[in-house]
Design a protein around this ligand. Structure first.
Ligand SMILES: Cc1ncc(COP(=O)(O)O)c(C=O)c1O
Length: 336
């Protein structure tokens, strides 16, 4: 495998295949570089207000972070004390348990049923030390969702001092109408924290900016502990412009829906074990690791780089970000 790196099509990190909004690029080009020696805005009030107005909330309900992972780390560090515990799902986003490990917080994995979150497997893990439950929705890497009613039951049943963090990094791609209205749930359950990312459909992964939505009590606690000036000036400018470009987001969502369906159907037709996804990636599951490695190699030989989930400590599985029709056809044609 000695591919020229420049020719590799990277489908391993669920970035937006179509890039970022042209308005964000324009805003960055127009940025006044003569001001770059100044620190960025400490509070990022304008950005918070823009985000809040999208949700009919107050800027006091908005959290910012160096990507959604920055907020995940702040939650683990500052809301969960040493000795308190975290629950997450067995096949979910790596950051929850990895960051819990870095900060010496104990974590438990709830088993999934058919690669989907089953809230009934969470309840037996809740004890008096439990402080947070991380739910990735849609789930990375399976692309499956927890529906509104299940999330509501979970919130009703667990003790109110336990935070439920729903990571909605891929929410803009969802087309399933049973997907939770988490903002509505927030008004009923103050222990809910919603995380969003500007790295996925907004295409700003390289700028490292994400946000969260929570009660004022939670945001005050977390915002005062966020690393000062951690939201850089360029990220802020690009985020403001991206949030205004609703057409770009809608266009990416619709293209992704069509291509996600195409890839899913074609892979299924070829006999691969895959799942209907609500995100911008497709999960592939194999009988054994040899089969998986064979598929990984075939794709790589055709210049397609996908994610081997062994980096998430998950065996027999791959994750492929949805691309456009030309590239998706290369994927399908590469496989027997
Ligand atoms: C579920 C989930 N949450 C958060 C992130 C990271 O988001 P950010 O780039 O905003 O830190 C990812 C990235 O892959 C993800 O899959």
């Amino acid at each position: 495998m000695n591919k020229n790196f420049k020719n590799i099509i990277k489908l391993s990190a669920n970035e937006n295949f179509y890039g970022c909004s042209p308005s964000a690029k324009d805003a960055m080009k127009k940025f006044s570089w003569d001001t770059i020696h100044y620190y960025p805005d400490l509070l990022q009030q304008s950005l918070k207000e823009k985000l809040a107005s999208n949700f009919n909330l107050s800027s006091q309900n908005i959290l910012l972070g160096v990507g959604a992972v920055g907020i995940i780390e702040n939650i683990i560090q500052f809301l969960i004390k040493p000795g308190e515990e975290i629950i997450t799902l067995e096949r979910s986003f790596i950051a929850y348990w990895q960051l819990a490990g870095f900060h010496h917080r104990k974590f438990h994995f709830a088993e999934m049923s058919h690669f989907t979150c089953d809230i009934n497997n969470i309840f037996p893990l809740v004890n008096d030390k439990t402080k947070a439950i991380f739910i990735c929705n849609p789930n990375n890497p399976t692309g499956t969702i927890i529906p509104h009613n299940d999330l509501k039951i979970l919130l009703k049943k667990i003790p109110s001092q336990v935070f439920v963090i729903v990571d909605e990094a891929y929410n803009e791609y969802v087309t399933d109408t049973t997907y939770p209205d988490s903002l509505q749930l927030l008004s009923e359950f103050p222990n809910l924290i919603i995380l969003r990312s500007l790295s996925k459909i907004y295409g700003l992964a390289g700028l490292r900016i994400g946000y969260g939505i929570a009660t004022e009590k939670v945001t005050t606690e977390l915002e005062k502990k966020r690393l000062p000036f951690s939201i850089n000036s360029i990220a802020s400018v690009a985020a403001m412009a991206s949030l205004d470009d609703k057409n770009f987001i809608e266009e990416c969502k619709m293209k992704n829906k069509t291509e996600r369906e195409f890839l899913f159907c074609q892979l299924k037709r070829k006999g691969y074990c895959t799942l209907p996804s609500q995100a911008n990636f497709i999960f592939l599951y194999f009988q054994n690791n040899n089969e998986k490695e064979d598929v990984f190699k075939r794709l790589f030989e055709n210049s397609i780089r996908v994610c081997d989930l062994k980096i998430f400590k998950q065996d027999r599985s791959l994750r492929i970000a949805v691309a456009d029709r030309t590239v998706n056809e290369i994927i399908v044609d590469s496989l027997v």
